[in-house]
Write a protein that binds this ligand. Structure first.
Ligand code: ATP
Length: 882
C-alpha cells in the first residue's frame, strides 16, 4: 500500500484507527495477526554447537588422538580417563559460555528502546517491539523511530534517515499527501522509517508497517548478529596466551625428546607431553575475562548502571575525569518555582498576588510549555512541569488555558538556542510567546511590559534585569525569561522571527543538589578522579550549585560556552586542568572538552542526554546516558546507561569497574601461578634426572579441578570499598607487567617446591608410585588452597575467610573429589594413584598448606607495615596542618 499518496485521514481509515488510538483489545488482536515488531536475528549458537566447539582446540585434538592410540595399545584405563576429562571440561566450558551469554543478553534487554503511543486515549511508553500496525506514535527530538509510519502531525519535525538512505542531512517531514507515484524513500516526506531518528522538533505518526515488513526489514532480511568484539584486555591476554603457549609447547617438546632418549615408550612420552601442555597452557584466560565481566556487569545493573559495551568496564576502572551534566545528574531535577520577576520587582512565588501582570506571566508560561501534569503522572521536562505546577497553584489550569488559547505553531526548544516559542490564538490575534535563558532572550527584546503598559526597554532597565538575574542565580536558582509579540504571519514562524519581542518577566526555580552528590564528589577526589560540571545553565547558577557540592572552590575555575568558542584547541588544552565548571555550554563544546582531556592522556567519562550529545558520548572513553530523562539516541551512543540519572551511580560504577579489573587480574594470577607450579615441577624432575613426578592423567585431573572453577570464584570476589582510595590505573598499564610476572613465578616456585618435597618423601618412603601420588595430591591441594591467597592484596584474615563463599565452595568440592579419586579403588587404578597411609596423607595436607600459610604471614607483615606507614603519614599530615 502506498500510504504516502493517501491523506492522513484516509490512512487512519484504511488502518482502522481513530484519533483516540487503538484499544488494548485491538492491539492484542493485531499482534496475533502480525506478531511482534522485531527483525529476524541470526540465531545464536546452539548449546550443541558451543559444546562441539570446545573440541576444536589443537591440544584437545592431540589429547584425543593420544587416547585413541592408547586404546589401540590396550591401555583402556587412560583412554577412559582422558575422554572423561575432555568431555567434562567441554561441559564446563559450555555451561560457562551459555551463562555468560545469558547475562549479556539480559543486559541488552534492559537497554532496549521504547516508544510513546496513544492507546485507549492514553499516552504511554511501551517497549518498541510491542508496536502494532495502526498505533499512533509521538516523537520528540532524540527519539528512535522503531516502525514505518505515516506522519499525521509535524512541528519542525526533522529526521535523520542515514541508516536507510546514506544521507546524513536531516529531512524535514510534512503531512501533505504526495501525488507522484513511485517516490524513493528519501523523498517520502510524509513517512518516517524504522531505523531513523528524530533530530529536531516534534511529530505524530500512525504505524503502517512493523518488523520484517518495514523498509529496513526488507533490506536486512537477515540481520547478522554483530560478532562480539574482544575487549582490549582480552586482546592483551590472547596475545600473551599465544606467546606463553608457544613457550610451553617448546618445553613440552623438549621433555618429549628427553623422555624418548631415556627409553620411555613413544606413546607414553607423547601422552605426557600433550597432557603437560594442556595443563600448563592457560586456555581459559579470555573466557575468564568474559565471565567475570558478564557477572560483574550483571551486578552493576542492580545498582542502576547498565553497561552496554563490555569494554567500558575496563575503561571505567581507569577513569580519571568525569564530565557531568548538572541538571538531573548532580541535582534532583525536581524543579520548584521560588521567585517571579515582573515590573522591575522580585516577588516570592507564594506571595505573588493575583496581579494581572503576574497572572499573565504565569498564563504564558503554561502556554509556551509542553508538559502535562495529571495527578501523579507528569510528562515532560521538569523545568516545564514546575511552570505548570505554578499555574495550578494560581488557579491557572493548563488544560483550560491551552483550550482557550490553542497553539497554532511552535519552534521547539533546543539546547543550542536555549529557548523555544509557540504561536497561540489570543484575544482576536495570534501571539508568539517565547521563553528561554535570560541572556538569550534579553538580546531579542526591545520593549518591556510594565504596569503602565508596553514601554521601551532601555539600557538602564536591561542592566537591572541582568543584575536581578545574577542575584537570583547566585542562590543557585535557574532563571527563565519570558517575552511575546503579536504574530501577524499566516505561515509557520522561522528562527529569525524570534526577535523584536516584548520582555514580560522572569521565573526562577530551585533545583536542589541530590543529597548524595556531595559525598560522591568527595569520593571522586579521594580516588584521584577530577569531577567537572558541564551545564547549559547560567554560570552563576552553576557556580552556586558547584560550590554546594564541592566541585569548585574558586570562581576562576568556571568558563562559559562563548569563552570556549574564542579559544583554539591548543589554548583549551592548556587551561583544561584548571576548569571545573563549564556553563552555557552547547553540545559541540562538550566534544572539545573531552578531546582536550584525552590529549592529556586522561580517561574521560562524559554524561549526556540530548540528541546533540551523541558525538561527545561516542568520543568519551565511557559515554554515560541518562535512563530516565535521556533521549533514545543518547542511550544508543553511550556505553553505559544510568537508570537513576544519578552522578553518585557513576562513581559507584567506577568503583565496580576498578574491582572487576582487580578480580580479573587475581583470577589470572591464580591460573598462571598454578600452571607455573606444574611446569616447574616437571622441569625440575627432568633436569634432576628423576622419573616424571606425574602421570598424564594427574595433569589432566589437576587442569580440570583447579583451573577454571576457583579462577571464576576469585573473579566473583566482593567489591572492596577501599579501592577508591587509590589513584586511577593508567590506561597504558598492562595487566601483565614485571611485578605480575614476579608474583606468578615466586608463587609458582613455592608450590612447585612443596610438590617436589612431597614427591621426595613418597619416593624415599615407598615407591615411585607413592611419590607421584603424593606429588599429584600436593600440587592439586596446594593450588586449591592458593586460591585464598589470590583473592586480594590483603590477607584473608583482613578481608574475611568466608566473605567469598564461592572460593570456599570450590576448595571443598575440589578436595572432596581429590579424596574420592585417592581412596575409591576403581578410580585409584584409573588415575594411577597408590593408597597413602595416614602420615602420608597428613604430609600432603601439611605441605599443601605451606604456600597458603607463608603468603598469608607475608601479607600480614606487609599490611601491618603499610598501616603503620599510613599512621606516620597521618601524623605528619596533621602536624603539617597544625
Ligand atoms: P544540563 O546541561 O546540566 O542538563 P540544562 O538542563 O540547564 O543543564 P539545557 O537543557 O541545555 O541545559 O538548557 C539550557 C538553558 O536553556 C537553561 O539554562 C534554560 O535557561 C533554558 N531552558 C531549559 N529548558 C527550557 C525550556 N523547556 N524552554 C525554554 N528554555 C529552556
Amino acid at each position: 500500500m502506498k500510504f504516502y499518496r493517501k491523506s492522513s485521514e484516509e490512512v487512519m481509515e484504511i488502518l482502522d484507527v481513530s484519533i483516540d488510538g487503538l484499544s488494548e483489545q485491538e492491539v492484542q488482536k493485531r499482534r496475533l495477526e502480525h506478531g511482534y515488531n522485531k527483525l529476524d536475528e541470526a540465531k545464536g549458537d546452539t548449546p550443541i554447537k558451543v559444546f562441539m566447539d570446545q573440541f576444536k582446540d589443537f591440544l584437545v585434538i592431540m589429547l584425543i588422538l593420544a587416547a585413541i592410540i592408547s586404546a589401540a595399545l590396550g591401555k583402556y584405563e587412560s583412554t577412559i580417563v582422558v575422554i572423561f576429562v575432555v568431555v567434562l571440561n567441554a561441559i564446563l566450558g559450555t555451561v560457562q559460555h551459555i551463562k555468560a551469554n545469558n547475562s549479556i543478553n539480559s543486559l541488552k534487554a534492559l537497554s532496549s528502546p521504547v516508544s510513546k503511543v496513544l492507546r485507549d486515549k492514553m499516552k504511554k511508553e511501551i517497549p518498541s517491539n510491542e508496536l502494532v500496525v495502526g498505533d499512533i506514535i509521538f516523537f520528540d527530538a532524540g527519539d528512535y523511530i522503531s516502525a514505518d509510519a505515516r506522519v499525521i502531525e509535524a512541528h519542525s519535525f526533522q529526521v535523520n534517515e542515514s541508516s536507510l538512505t546514506g544521507e546524513s542531512e536531516s529531512v524535514t517531514k510534512e503531512i501533505e499527501a504526495i501525488s507522484q507515484d513511485d517516490v524513493s524513500i528519501g523523498d517520502m516526506k510524509n513517512m518516517v522509517f524504522s531505523g531513523s531518528y528524530v533530530t529536531y522538533g516534534r511529530g505524530v505518526a500512525v504505524v503502517t508497517d512493523i518488523g520484517m515488513k518495514t523498509e529496513i526489514g526488507k533490506i536486512a532480511s537477515m540481520l547478522e548478529n554483530a560478532k562480539a568484539r574482544k575487549t582490549p584486555l582480552q586482546e592483551t591476554l590472547d596475545n600473551f596466551g599465544k606467546n606463553l603457549s608457544i613457550a610451553i609447547l617448546i618445553i613440552s617438546g623438549i621433555i618429549f625428546i628427553i623422555d624418548i632418549l631415556r627409553d620411555k615408550a613413544i606413546i607414553d612420552s607423547f601422552m605426557f607431553a600433550v597432557a603437560l601442555a594442556v595443563a600448563a597452557i592457560p586456555e581459559a584466560l579470555s573466557s575468564i575475562v568474559t565471565i567475570v565481566l558478564a557477572f560483574g556487569t550483571q551486578k552493576m545493573s542492580k545498582s542502576n548502571a547498565i553497561v552496554k559495551k563490555l569494554n567500558a568496564v575496563e575503561s571505567l576502572g581507569s577513569i580519571s575525569v568525569i564530565c557531568s551534566d548538572k541538571t538531573g545528574t548532580l541535582t534532583q531535577n525536581k524543579m520548584k518555582v521560588q521567585k517571579l520577576w515582573v515590573d522591575n520587582n522580585i516577588v516570592d512565588s507564594d506571595e505573588a498576588t493575583d496581579q494581572s501582570l503576574i497572572n499573565k506571566l504565569i498564563q504564558f508560561s503554561v502556554l509556551c510549555n509542553d508538559a502535562i501534569v495529571s495527578g501523579d503522572s507528569n510528562i515532560g521536562d521538569p523545568t516545564e512541569i514546575a511552570l505548570v505546577n505554578l499555574g495550578n497553584e494560581h488557579n491557572i489550569n493548563e488544560q483550560v488555558t491551552r483550550n482557550a488559547h490553542p497553539r497554532i505553531f511552535e519552534l521547539p526548544f533546543d539546547s543550542d538556542r536555549k529557548m523555544m516559542s509557540t504561536v497561540n490564538a489570543y484575544e482576536n490575534s495570534n501571539l508568539m510567546i517565547t521563553k528561554g535563558a535570560v541572556d538569550t532572550i534579553i538580546n531579542k527584546t526591545h520593549k518591556i511590559l510594565t504596569s503602565n503598559g508596553v514601554e521601551i526597554l532601555n539600557d538602564e532597565v536591561k542592566a537591572k534585569i541582568k543584575h536581578d538575574n545574577n542575584s537570583l542565580a547566585k542562590n543557585g536558582l535557574r532563571v527563565l525569561a519570558f517575552a511575546y509579540k503579536e504574530y501577524k504571519n499566516e505561515s509557520r514562524p522561522k528562527l529569525e522571527d524570534e526577535d523584536e519581542l516584548i520582555f514580560m518577566g522572569m521565573i526562577a526555580m530551585m533545583d536542589p543538589p541530590r543529597p548524595e552528590s556531595k559525598k560522591a564528589v568527595a569520593d571522586c577526589i579521594l580516588a584521584g578522579i577530577k569531577p567537572v560540571m558541564i551545564t547549559g545553565d547560567h554560570k552563576i547558577t552553576a557556580i552556586a550549585i558547584a560550590k554546594q557540592i564541592g566541585i569548585i572552590k574558586d570562581e576562576t575555575e568556571a568558563l562559559e560556552g562563548h569563552e570556549i568558542e574564542k579559544l583554539t584547541d591548543d589554548e583549551l588544552y592548556n587551561i583544561v586542568e584548571n576548569i571545573s565548571v563549564y556553563a552555557r555550554v552547547s553540545p559541540e563544546h562538550k566534544i572539545r572538552i573531552v578531546r582536550a582531556w584525552q590529549k592529556k592522556s586522561m580517561v574521560v567519562a562524559m554524561t549526556g542526554d540530548g540528541v546533540n550529545d551523541a558525538p561527545a558520548l561516542k568520543q568519551a572513553d565511557v559515554g554515560v546516558a541518562m535512563g530516565i530523562t535521556g533521549t533514545e539516541v543518547s542511550k544508543e551512543a553511550a556505553s553505559m546507561v544510568l537508570t537513576d540519572d544519578n552522578f553518585a551511580t557513576i562513581v559507584k560504577a567506577i568503583s565496580s569497574g576498578r574491582s572487576i579489573y582487580v578480580n580479573i587480574k587475581n583470577s589470572i594470577k591464580f591460573l598462571l601461578s598454578g600452571n607455573a607450579a606444574g611446569i616447574f615441577s616437571v622441569i625440575f624432575a627432568s633436569v634432576a634426572g628423576l622419573a616424571a613426578p606425574f602421570a598424564p592423567v594427574h595433569l589432566l585431573f589437576i587442569n580440570l579441578l583447579t583451573d577454571s572453577l576457583p579462577a571464576i570464584a576469585i573473579g566473583l570476589e566482593p567489591h572492596d570499598e577501599s579501592i577508591m582510595k587509590e589513584k586511577p590505573r593508567k590506561r597504558t598499564d598492562s595487566i601483565i607487567n614485571k611485578e605480575f610476572i614476579k608474583q606468578v613465578s615466586t608463587k609458582g616456585a613455592l608450590i612447585a617446591l612443596v610438590t617436589m618435597i612431597a614427591y621426595y618423601i613418597g619416593f624415599s618412603s615407598g615407591s615411585h608410585l607413592v611419590g607421584s601420588t603424593m606429588a599429584f595430591a600436593t600440587l592439586c591441594l596446594s593450588r586449591l588452597f592458593h586460591s585464598l591467597n589470590c583473592r586480594s592484596k590483603a590477607s584473608v584474615f583482613k578481608i574475611g575467610v568466608l566473605s567469598n563463599i564461592y572460593v570456599i565452595l570450590s576448595i571443598i568440592v575440589g578436595s572432596l573429589m581429590l579424596l574420592f579419586v585417592m581412596n575409591y579403588p576403581p578410580l585409584m587404578t584409573m588415575f594411577e594413584v597408590s593408597k597413602l597411609d595416614i602420615s602420608q596423607h597428613l604430609s600432603v595436607i601439611g605441605l599443601s598448606l605451606i604456600p597458603l600459610v607463608a603468603v598469608q604471614i607475608y601479607k600480614l607483615i606487609k599490611d601491618n607495615n603499610s598501616t603503620s606507614h599510613e599512621q606516620i603519614d597521618k601524623v605528619n599530615h596533621l602536624s603539617d596542618v597544625a
